[in-house]
Write a protein that binds this ligand. Structure first.
Ligand code: ZN
Length: 86
């Protein structure tokens, strides 16, 4: 299994003005399951769960531009795996 598809974004903080929270998730291509998530905000650090990661997950399913990029990365990844197999 490869690295998966990494999606990252700087998400505007809803509690602190002017703060951008760097958030990253890694998706496993066949089923697009999240295999890794990282965010250095307090919520994630203490609870292992936070609003930023939820927002990023939502972006992947609802934002056309983000989804397109994910799909492109997915195709490329599948192609690479085929090349290795043949
Ligand atoms: Zn967070």
């Amino acid at each position: 299994m490869g690295e998966g598809i990494a999606v990252s974004a700087d998400i505007r903080s809803k509690s602190r003005k002017g703060l951008l929270q760097y958030t990253r998730i890694v998706l496993d291509p066949p089923i697009m399951k999240i295999t890794m998530a990282s965010c250095d905000c307090e919520g994630y650090t203490f609870r292992g769960h936070c609003w930023y990661i939820e927002t990023l997950k939502q972006l992947v399913v609802s934002d056309e531009r983000v989804r397109e990029e994910v799909m492109k990365a997915k195709e490329e990844l599948m192609r690479t795996e085929e090349d290795i197999a043949s």
